[in-house]
Each structure stands twice: as C-alpha cells, then as structure tokens.
Ligand binder design. Structure first.
Ligand code: OGA
Ligand code: MN
Length: 292
C-alpha cells in the first residue's frame, strides 16, 4: 500500500538543521506526493532520520535511486566486493564473523570516517546524498555526528563571504588518508583518484541557500600559498563544528539516516570494536560535478 502524504510527521533534530520523519515505510513504493515531501525536506533540512526501516540491500538501492544515479564504491582494501557495487559496507566484522580491533588495517581505513568530511568530495562528481542503514548497531558509542556548513556560511561577515566566493579548494583522497597513514591507500588507489577542484562556496540548486564546501579531503586552496589556504580551511571547519552546531545521532537498529553531502559534514564516533559489532550499509547518490 502506498503511503499518503498526510500521515507524515516531522520533528526537528537540531535548531539549525535536520528532521526526523515518521509515518512512512521507505522500502515500499512511494507515491508522488510522499516523494515530493521527502525531496523538499532533504533540500530544506539537509538531514533526514527515519526510524524502523528494515531494508534489504535491493530495497535500499531502489529507494536511494529516487534521488538520482548511485555511486560505485571506492575499491580500497578488497573487502567491498562482498556487496553490490552500489553499496558501501561499514563493518567491524570479518568474513568469519570475528570482531576487528581498530589496529586492523581495514578498521584503520574506516577510521578516516572519524574526521569531519563530506562523502566523495575527492571525486570529480562528489556525492549528493548518502543514506546509512543501521543493520547492527552497538549499544554504546558509534554515533554519527553532523554539522551544517550553511550555518558556517551564514556566520561569516559579508566581506569574508565575498573573499571566499569563486575560490576553488583542492580535494584529495591521498591527502585525507595520508593524515592517518601515508601508506594506507597504496599507489594504485591513489592513481585512481587524483586531486580534484571543488568550489569552496556552493549554492543549493533548489532554494539557493549557500554553504561552504570543506571537510577532511580539502587539502588547500588553489592559487594561494599552501599554509594560507590551509589556515582558512581550518578556520571554516572550526566555525562549522562549534559544539552548539553539532547534531549527534545515536543509532537504533533499522534507522535510515540521509544527509546532504553538498552542505553537511559528518563524522563517525569510536566504539568498543572488540566487543560490539557495528554493521552499516550505505547507498550514495552521485551529485553534480565538477563543481568548479
Ligand atoms: C559514512 C560515514 C560514519 C559512521 O557512512 O559515509 O562516514 O558513523 N559514516 O559510520
Ligand atoms: Mn562518510
């Protein structure tokens, strides 16, 4: 049975962004009215939380495809092949069901998610939406945190906004992973993802709301001394991630969390990985790009 729009409920998650939406079953086909409502909420509120959404991978991919074409997973340590190429698995469990510690190389790679970032900004076409489905969640820790960079933009004095407008940041996977361990990616993956140019200021195409576009993959600013560009990126990140600007999502099993990578930053929080399994499946919608 299709959901009728009139049954949807919305509760704010943070004063500046994010809503929890109730009254819809996303694995069922959505009628146009319900879909329009979700699309509008996505562009307006940037972060959508849906509780009690048990998905099969097929259902999750079908729902995600309503937003646009799906991204293909980055090939890094080989383990991604277990699922469909349009799915990312974030799991601390190996092939035999054994829990992995943070010292394991696979986990070290995932620990990159604990830096504030926006998905795939190191690709020519960065991600628009990411959708994370909580399949197995730990009873404590392992939260995901979000901030809106629209808030950072709105905080800046007009003359600073004018200075940033039109600037291009260089985003690089090798740079961000190099912050963890210079050998983490390997030459092959590095070669697949050469540094890309991204607009430092972006506007939402539906409502025009501006944002800064930064995060861990942003290495420096084009045509600016390295240190100067990095100092600006650092300052923007500090403004964006002030404690009062953060929404922390505490996971329940079968949550589906959708975020707008064009204007939000997110990061995963640690948990006791030797003790608790955490298995998340992500579908990622390709955005528009190059942005600069
Ligand atoms: C992601 C991500 C963080 C987390 O799925 O893109 O960064 O909390 N996840 O798992
Ligand atoms: Mn991410």
């Amino acid at each position: 049975m299709a959901t009728s729009t009139s049954t949807l409920g919305m509760t704010r998650l943070h004063p500046k962004f994010g809503v929890e939406i109730s009254g819809v079953t996303l694995r069922q086909p959505l009628d146009e009215g319900t879909w329009a409502h979700i699309w509008e909420a996505f562009n307006e509120h940037s972060l959508l939380v849906f509780r009690n959404q048990p998905f099969t991978d097929e259902e999750q991919m079908r729902f995600a495809s309503r937003f646009g074409p799906l991204e293909t997973t980055v090939k890094t340590l080989g383990k991604e092949d277990r699922l469909h190429p349009n799915l990312v698995e974030l799991a601390n469990v190996d092939e035999d069901g054994k829990l992995l510690d943070w010292s394991d190389r696979r986990m070290l790679y995932h620990s990159g998610n604990q830096m504030w970032h926006t998905d795939s900004s190191f690709k020519q076409v960065p991600a628009q939406a990411s959708m994370l489905s909580g399949r197995t969640v730990p009873p404590e820790g392992g939260e995901t945190e979000f901030v809106s960079c629209r808030v950072a933009w709105d905080t800046l004095p007009p003359e600073t906004q004018r200075r940033l407008e039109g600037k291009v940041a260089i985003h690089s996977f090798a740079y961000s992973r190099g912050l963890i361990d210079p050998t983490l990616l390997g030459k092959e993956t590095e070669a697949l993802y050469p540094p890309v140019r991204q607009a430092l200021v972006r506007a939402n195409p539906v409502n025009g709301q501006k944002t800064v576009y930064i995060g861990s993959h942003a290495s420096h600013i084009e045509d600016m001394p390295l240190d100067e560009g990095r100092a600006i990126l650092k300052e923007l990140l500090e403004i964006a991630t002030r404690p009062g600007n953060v929404y922390q999502h505490r996971w329940r099993q079968h949550d589906l969390v959708i975020w707008d990578n064009r204007c939000l930053l997110h990061r995963g929080r640690p948990w006791d990985s030797k003790r608790y399994a955490r298995i998340m499946h992500r579908t990622t919608v390709a955005g528009e790009g190059p942005t600069a």
